[in-house]
Design a protein around this ligand. Structure first.
Ligand SMILES: NC(=O)c1ccc[n+]([C@@H]2O[C@H](COP(=O)([O-])OP(=O)(O)OC[C@H]3O[C@@H](n4cnc5c(N)ncnc54)[C@H](OP(=O)(O)O)[C@@H]3O)[C@@H](O)[C@H]2O)c1
Length: 336
């Protein structure tokens, strides 16, 4: 059973599991179906916030429950309540649970010198933020702690995803460069010398990890990122290549020179790069795509969704999270 089946990861994961021989029940509130799923995939509409609806969707039980939309300890407890009817679980977490050795994490990044300096690459045993209710990251840490404590009662694989990319994303970071290119912008400013690295994670690689973890139940935490962690300049260049455009990079050392200039969704003052060797060792995982290989479908999907629409209407969640990503006037005014 896959909860969150019609999202960007779910669409690929359901198809991968079904083709691997699982009888899949695809759950979402809307009860939608992806055109690429085999006909045998069952579709169920249920809101996971409604315990009874979720319980009814599980019915007599399932071998594996894959959860894309577990955000806090209450979701772990909900799965605990189903433990007798669920063989094992695979749950999506985030690299944002990591904390550096000085206690800095994603929640401290706005403070002076607050951005974490993680080891490169980050292993799964890097320390994590203290569980709590204060943020997305502390809630994910609480989710992880509760699920890992279940041990054999519900063997759970937690997948700590990086910067997810793929079609159907509601907040696709790639929009930052795709829209500029579509708008004919041929010069862009990149802070931190364009060298920031914030590890991407293709929905295809995450789905492959889900497929492998489903077949090998266990209590474990694994990073879930692409085989390579390109710099912002490399990401921009890869998107240009897909779109057949040439763009001049204006590289600025240090932080963004103005609040809305040069600050891409991957622009961080220090690298966030994760180690994938544990997944290779424990699951026999091998990546199925590189960042560049996976880009064309994402770029096409973003272009189609933007067509004839204000980006804020096409991507309201992204606007809510990032604010104005396309302040061309400020960009053109720099350097003033
Ligand atoms: N975006 C990133 O870069 C990033 C990075 C690290 C980790 N993550 C993690 O990735 C996960 C999100 O995966 P995604 O990007 O594939 O999601 P998504 O594209 O936002 O899709 C969410 C899916 O869940 C369904 N859904 C939402 N609320 C639901 C509910 N209450 N009950 C049942 N179904 C529900 C949605 O369909 P309906 O609307 O029809 O219900 C949809 O199928 C989260 O756990 C997030 O923390 C994301």
């Amino acid at each position: 059973m896959v909860i969150g089946a019609t999202g960007q990861i779910g669409r690929v994961a359901v198809g991968a599991l079904a083709r691997d021989g699982w009888e899949v029940t695809a759950v979402s509130r809307g009860g939608g179906r992806d055109g690429n799923w085999p006909d045998e995939v069952r579709v169920t509409a249920a809101d996971r916030a409604d315990d009874r609806a979720l319980s009814a969707a599980v019915g007599d039980g399932c071998d594996v429950l894959v959860d894309m939309v577990a955000y806090g300890p209450e979701h772990a407890r909900q799965l605990t309540g189903l433990a007798g009817r669920v063989g094992s679980a695979v749950v999506i977490s985030s690299v944002s649970v990591y904390e550096d050795d000085k206690g800095r994490n994603f929640d401290t990044q706005a403070e002076p010198d607050g951005f974490p300096e993680y080891p490169v690459p980050i292993p799964e045993d890097q320390r994590t933020v203290r569980p709590g209710e204060s943020s997305y990251s502390t809630r994910k840490a609480g989710l992880e702690r509760e699920l890992l404590a279940l041990g054999d009662r519900l063997p759970t694989t937690l997948l700590r995803a990086g910067a997810i990319h793929g079609p159907y994303g509601r907040s696709p970071r790639e929009l930052y460069f795709v829209k500029r290119n579509l708008d004919g912008r041929r010069r862009r400013v990149l802070a931190h010398g364009g060298g920031s690295r914030f590890h991407p994670a293709s929905v295809h690689n995450i789905a492959e990890l889900i497929r492998l973890a489903a077949a090998r139940p266990g209590t474990r935490v694994l990073n879930a990122v692409d085989p390579e962690a390109p710099t912002v300049t490399e990401i921009a260049g890869a998107i240009d290549a897909v779109m057949g455009v040439e763009v001049e990079n204006v590289l600025v050392d240090g932080p963004p020179p103005a609040p809305t200039v040069g600050d891409t969704p991957w622009s961080t003052p220090a690298p966030v790069v994760c180690d994938m060797s544990a997944a290779e060792r424990e699951l026999g995982y091998r990546p199925v795509v590189t960042y560049a290989e996976s880009l064309p479908e994402t770029v096409a999907w973003i272009g189609a969704r933007l067509a004839g629409r204000d980006w804020r209407e096409a991507y309201p969640k992204m606007f809510e999270t990032y604010g104005d990503l396309f302040d061309y006037a400020a960009e053109d005014a720099w350097p003033g």
